[in-house]
Design a protein around this ligand. Structure first.
Ligand code: ZN
Length: 324
């Protein structure tokens, strides 16, 4: 049986798995990305993890390639570009490094493109040719699938809606600009909104007892569940900001579904209801009621692993893996 070694490089941990052609994740392992001070020591540990995983294969399994998803991954030239949360230099030639180290062909894509592919082959978007995957975690990632293909764009950077402007002269973003969507719709964005509301109002809230540097999006969600009105308003505002952007996205690419994934989606209807309501309000009449907002049904972190493998399979077999 042919398998692909799949790697999901993340700011906190790097996950590895063997994935077969039916997108079964056969076993997973991980290394702690934050433990390594520089690129050399990180890749050296990653190669060791790859060899260990390859050594654990069952009889009859054959590795045919490596698929990698990473923040800043550029599928067109196999490099990782400017990944601020990784211990890397500005540009890392990942595919070249792997192909010097191993005998298997290697394919690299952006983590959010991989997550979109994962949803397309094994998650909420199975059977769809046109959909958008949005990951809501520390930041906001996006993969757009049109006619069965992830849109890479001219230089492999398409889909960065997290860095489109939601509020003119708004909050400072890690990218150096102001008002980006991800400064509002992300785990840190939720906390910033909670602080802004607490500063502007005298309203009671469970969140007022939490020290400034300890507040998390999960605490805001837990407070919302306990009928804390200020916390509920945080999610309402976040959902509306997301909904406005989704309406623009639907107007541009008209997907069958928008699939939300990542830690923030644990908030469920607190986020999706105001987002869907606002999106519908803002849409052209002819586009209303055509695009569903759905939650990912894959295990957390599996979408990107499955998708990185799907990207490798797609390149090895030269086929499109989503419906088209
Ligand atoms: Zn930005």
């Amino acid at each position: 049986m042919e398998v692909v070694l799949s790697i999901d490089i993340g700011g906190t941990s790097t996950k590895l798995a063997r994935v077969d052609q039916d997108y079964n994740v056969l076993n997973t392992t991980a290394i702690d990305t934050t433990r390594y001070m520089d690129e050399e020591s990180y890749f050296s540990a990653l190669y060791t993890a790859v060899r260990t995983l390859a050594g654990s294969m069952k009889d009859g399994e054959e590795i045919v390639g490596i698929g990698i998803g990473a923040p800043g991954g550029i599928p067109i030239d196999g490099t990782i570009l400017g990944a601020a949360n990784l211990p890397f230099s500005e540009r890392v030639e990942v595919v070249r490094l792997f192909e010097n180290e191993f005998e298997w062909p290697c394919f690299l894509t952006k983590d959010s493109y991989a997550a979109a592919l994962g949803e397309g082959v094994a998650g909420a978007a199975v059977g769809m040719s046109n959909f958008v995957l949005i990951t809501l975690g520390t930041g906001l990632g996006c993969g757009i699938v049109v006619n069965g293909q992830v849109v890479h764009g001219h230089t492999g950077q398409a889909g960065e809606i997290g860095h489109t402007i939601s509020v003119e002269n708004g909050r400072e973003c890690n990218c150096g600009r102001r008002g980006c969507l991800e400064t509002y719709v992300s785990a840190s964005g939720i906390c910033r909104t909670a602080f802004e509301l607490m500063a502007a109002r005298k309203q009671c809230s469970l969140l007022r007892s939490v020290p400034f540097n300890q507040l998390t999006a999960k605490m805001v969600f837990d407070a919302a569940l306990q009928q804390d009105e200020l916390a509920q308003e945080v999610f309402l505002r976040t959902g509306h900001t997301l909904g406005d952007k989704l309406a623009e996205l639907v107007t541009i690419v008209e997907p069958e579904a928008i699939i939300l994934a990542g830690g923030l989606t644990n908030a469920g209807a607190f986020l999706t209801e105001p987002a869907a309501e606002r999106m519908e309000e803002q849409l052209l009449k002819s586009l209303r009621g055509k695009t569903q907002i759905m939650l990912s049904n894959l295990k957390v972190n599996e979408a990107a692993l499955i998708g990185a493998a799907a990207f490798a399979w797609q390149n090895l077999k030269n086929v499109s893996v989503c419906q088209s």
